[in-house]
Design a protein around this ligand. Structure first.
Ligand code: CA
Ligand code: CA
Length: 112
């Protein structure tokens, strides 16, 4: 049972990492029960094995961009020609200049 609550999912149904109570107060708990540092929530990088830390974000942390789905991705993945949002929203409206200086990273726009 030492694989229980070790932040590694061993059971197909995540049950070995569910309901673990060893998350420190400053940690955030993934849907799977895994603990991550709270400041990794909605920072654009997937830290939970089940990616739940980047889902259903009310706001994304600075340097992250929020997909229409509530998913956060690193800001440089916005308009980079590669789809990271599950709804592809990071690659639409890329001519929008209120995206600040990041619009200059839109190298695939010239052919539009
Ligand atoms: Ca994260
Ligand atoms: Ca992208």
């Amino acid at each position: 049972m030492n694989e229980r609550c070790d932040d590694v999912i061993n059971c197909v149904d995540f049950s070995d990492e569910l309901f673990c109570i060893d998350c420190p107060p400053e940690a955030w708990r993934c849907s799977s029960g895994q603990c991550i540092e709270a400041n990794h929530r909605c920072d654009g990088y997937e830290n939970c094995n089940d990616k739940s830390d980047e889902s259903n974000c009310a706001t994304c942390q600075i340097n992250a961009w929020k997909c229409r789905t509530g998913q956060c991705i690193p800001y440089f993945q916005r308009c980079d020609g590669l789809i990271f949002c599950r709804d592809e929203s990071d690659e639409i409206n890329c001519k929008n200049f209120d995206i600040l200086m990041y619009v200059f990273d839109c190298r695939f726009e010239v052919s539009l």
